[in-house]
Every structure is written in structure tokens, then in C-alpha cells.
Design a protein around this ligand. Structure first.
Ligand SMILES: [Zn+2]
Length: 338
């Protein structure tokens, strides 16, 4: 079958790879309905994570089950399923607390930029739809697998409430999904920090009430003007750099929560600054499995359209162009037709 392999920084190829097989009785094999490229795939692509062996790329997925292991009971061949990028048993204590991304048996999905994929811990990871979804809903369901679930977690972790003032730091796909989530949770004011016209437009479409294009001190000052000079009730940090984290901390009012979902690269905290800022922080890899049934329901009933975040669609064979387009910020997020 065709699959995506990263050989070295900048060298990603669609090539023939072995078809996945059931290795554990808890596995399922799915045929992907579509796949996509994640912002986090760009870290190894850019050489910022070590590549010690060829990497089979792709952790966002939805599709039809073709085979299940002997121990799988909740999904069966022929069903359409969506799963989280974090594989979980959904039964251990962390899972029962809703933190499936810290599951005792946690693994990370890989190899999903391909025609078929193996999903370990199928019972605890996959959620099936009742019927076969319409084709135009596939991008939205695929988004639920990671980018929507992560934006949703950022808003949930930041404790967005009806009437909240919210700042979203980061205008990538996750930040835009954070705007969508904050709107769904009833935020009254959603300030999106973005300098790019197409991303600003999508943020406004998803419910942003204000756009702040300024960064640094000017950006902080602008947000404070918009929030009665006290800062926001909830801040979603969706980048993971020192600048974005500083921005998030400086626009949060005392008592606010910051939901941070950008994987930190080189971020450091000053203990005293954190102490006197009096903000709470919760972040990490999103427990997408907790939100998945609700998010799938919102997509299937057409109450949200997270699929708009895919602004480039390519066949799997053109995966290298998909990576280039995202690396050069010509695309927000690439959908791969398999
Ligand atoms: Zn677990």
C-alpha cells in the first residue's frame, strides 16, 4: 500500500510500505477515509526533533474498520470510526478521570498518512458513528481526531464559561479550533491574535469578536484595552514558544486559567512572575477521547464545521507538497485524499 515516510529533514515521501497487520488482540485495522498533516509533523520535518530511523507519519485519522483483533468488542468491520491521536484503554484511573492522554497504556498513533492503519487499544480509542457519514462531513470528522479535540481541550482547560472573555494566542489550525470551541462554550468576547488575513477571516467566521494583529508589548496593551484593562478570564495558548507563552501569561487577569496545548519548545518560566501573576495553568496532550463523542455529534448534526480549517487538499501521492505548503505557511492545514 502507499504510506508516508519521513527519511530525513525535508525528505518526506509517499512510497510503498507493508500493509499493517493485527499484532495484538486489542488492535483494529482501518481503511482511512482521509488523512492530513499536523502542525506537529513539521517539527521532525524541520529537523527540530531527531530522526533516527525512517518515520511512518500520520496520527490523525478516521475511516472504516476492516479487521479487529480477537479481544475487540466495541467496534466491528464495516463501521465508520474516529479515534484520538493518543491511544488509550479508557479504563485505567487516568482515563476514568478524563485524562486519556495520560493513560497507563498510552501510545501515540503513527502511520496514518496511508491507505490503511493499525489502531492499537481499539476499544478504548475508537468511537463509531451510527451510520456511514456523508462525504462532505469527512474533513470535520477527521479534524475531531486531533486539531479540533486539541482546540476544544484548550478552551475546556482554560475553563471558558458563558460570558467569558477569551484570548486565543496562535492562529494555526489548533488556535482556530480554539476560537470555535470558545464560541460553542458561550464566550462573550473572543480575541484572536493573528497577523494573517486568511486566518483572521476564518477566526471571525468561527466566532472571534476581535482581532489583534500586534505582538509583544503592543499586543498585550491592545488586549488589556479590550478587556477593561484587567486581562481576559481565559487564555488559550496554541503555539508553544517563549513569546506565545509570555503573551498568554501577560493577557490573563489574576484568577484566570490558561489552557496550553502548543508543545513547548524552549519555554521557561520565572517562578516569582508566575507566583505574582495568580493565574492557573492546565495543558498537555489533549485527552481527545473524552470529547470525541460530543464533537462527532456536533459535526454529524452540522452544528459546527471544523473541516474549513483544511485549505489545501491533495492526493496522498502529493504528500511532499502538502508538507512544503504548511512549512512555508501557504496552507493552514493539508487534507490528504487516500
Ligand atoms: Zn487508560
Amino acid at each position: 500500500m502507499l504510506g508516508t515516510v519521513l527519511h530525513a529533514p525535508g525528505d518526506v515521501r509517499c512510497e510503498h510500505v507493508p500493509e499493517p497487520e493485527i499484532l495484538q488482540p486489542t488492535d483494529a485495522i482501518i481503511r482511512l477515509a482521509a488523512s492530513c498533516i499536523c502542525g506537529s509533523d513539521l517539527w521532525p520535518y524541520r529537523g527540530l526533533n531527531d530522526i533516527t530511523a525512517p518515520m511512518h507519519m500520520g496520527h490523525e485519522y478516521c475511516g472504516v474498520v476492516v479487521e479487529v483483533g480477537a479481544a475487540v468488542t466495541t467496534v466491528r468491520p464495516g463501521q465508520f470510526v474516529v479515534g484520538s491521536f493518543c491511544l488509550s484503554d479508557n479504563t485505567c484511573p487516568h482515563c476514568r478521570h478524563g485524562f486519556q492522554s495520560s493513560c497507563d497504556q498510552r501510545e501515540f498513533m503513527s502511520g496514518a498518512q496511508a491507505v490503511f492503519a493499525r489502531v492499537p487499544l481499539a476499544d478504548g480509542t475508537l468511537v463509531a458513528t451510527r451510520d456511514m457519514p456523508a462525504d462532505d462531513l469527512i474533513p470535520g470528522l477527521l479534524a475531531a481526531s486531533d486539531v479540533l479535540g486539541t482546540g476544544w481541550y484548550a478552551a475546556d482547560a482554560a475553563r471558558v464559561q458563558p460570558g467569558s472573555s477569551v484570548v486565543v494566542v496562535g492562529d494555526g489550525a489548533v488556535g482556530l479550533m480554539g476560537v470555535l470551541a470558545a464560541k460553542q462554550m458561550g464566550a462573550a468576547r473572543i480575541i484572536a491574535m493573528s497577523r494573517h488575513k486568511t486566518r483572521q477571516d476564518l477566526a471571525l467566521h468561527y466566532g472571534a469578536t476581535d482581532i489583534v494583529a500586534e505582538r509583544g508589548e503592543a499586543g498585550i496593551a491592545r488586549v488589556r484595552e479590550l478587556t477593561a484593562r484587567i486581562g481576559a478570564d481565559a487564555v488559550l495558548e496554541c503555539v508553544g514558544t517563549q513569546d506565545s507563552m509570555t503573551q498568554a501569561l501577560r493577557v490573563a487577569r489574576p484568577g484566570a486559567m490558561i489552557g496550553y496545548v502548543g508543545v513547548p519548545h524552549g519555554v521557561e518560566f520565572d517562578g516569582q512572575q508566575l507566583f505574582f501573576s495568580q493565574v492557573g495553568m492546565l495543558g498537555g496532550p489533549a485527552p481527545v477521547r473524552r470529547f470525541l463523542p460530543h464533537l462527532m455529534d456536533l459535526v454529524l448534526s452540522r452544528r459546527i464545521d471544523p473541516g474549513l480549517v483544511f485549505d489545501l487538499e491533495l492526493p496522498l501521492t502529493d504528500v511532499a507538497e502538502g508538507y512544503r505548503a504548511m512549512d512555508e505557511r501557504r496552507a493552514i492545514k493539508t487534507l490528504l485524499r487516500v
